[in-house]
Design a binder for this molecule. Sequence first.
Ligand code: AMP
Length: 281
Amino acid sequence: MKTLRHVAALRTEVAAWRKAGQSVAVVPTMGALHDGHLSLVRAAQSATDRVIVTIFVNPAQFNDPEDLKKYPRHEARDAALLRAAGVDCLFAPDAQEIYPPAFATSVSVARLSEGYCGSTRPGHFDGVVTVVTKLLLICGAHKAYFGEKDWQQLQIVRRLVADLNIPVAIAGCPTLRAADGLAMSSRNARLTDAARAVAPALYRALCAARDAVGRGEAVAVVLGSARRAICEAGFASIDYLDLCDAETLTQLDTRPKRPARLLAAAWLGEVRLIDNIAVTG
Ligand code: AMP
């Protein structure tokens, strides 16, 4: 596995692969890799000849400087995992390479970026969309892999690529979970043992809400019960827990007629966890 830190070097590598008729996938990450990330790598490997993983802790998407400072960084360990997984190239640029001093551009996807994590983390999605645009253009891959774990982000990236005619196919991969249901996340490493024991309550509440909506119970009552269950389990507060259309993310207050999603973000001590689950009408 090659580790590359410069745009020009990566472009040269990808151009050689494409010239040889090979298909290329990219898996963008912020590192601190876990099995969820590796499931994206495996999906990419099963569909394309070459796989690039990017690791870039993108300062532009952190609205809280403390969160950026505390974000886990383990590049040597990550590189060993990717090498063992058979990844072809790790692209790990530094912040200067992505945001040189005169950098002045921001890419923004309206509407989809506005609710949920967009409301509680102002500017977050503009940062995500700008860096994803750059990474997709830099890598020139045929396919890019993203997790359903970040459902709102996945819908935004799909919109971005369609709206700007970026020549890449976006693949969404299911959320990988621990045995007790907690969605794997780089942030889980920051949970205390006590908080880790409470954390699966978020997924349990989403599952119970999905089942209740499926039985035809009133959506407002179901959401209220789910929020209460999460707080009673020991979460400090809830940023949002809503039912929405799976694609447009329009909030729903009645039983869905199209594919829908329950989306949630909640604080457990100092750690903000997000999760989501499919709901069928
Ligand atoms: P991150 O490093 O957290 O920015 O995540 C990089 C990519 O991995 C994103 O597309 C995430 O949605 C995806 N991802 C993160 N956690 C999981 C998980 N538990 N299962 C599947 N994909 C995930």
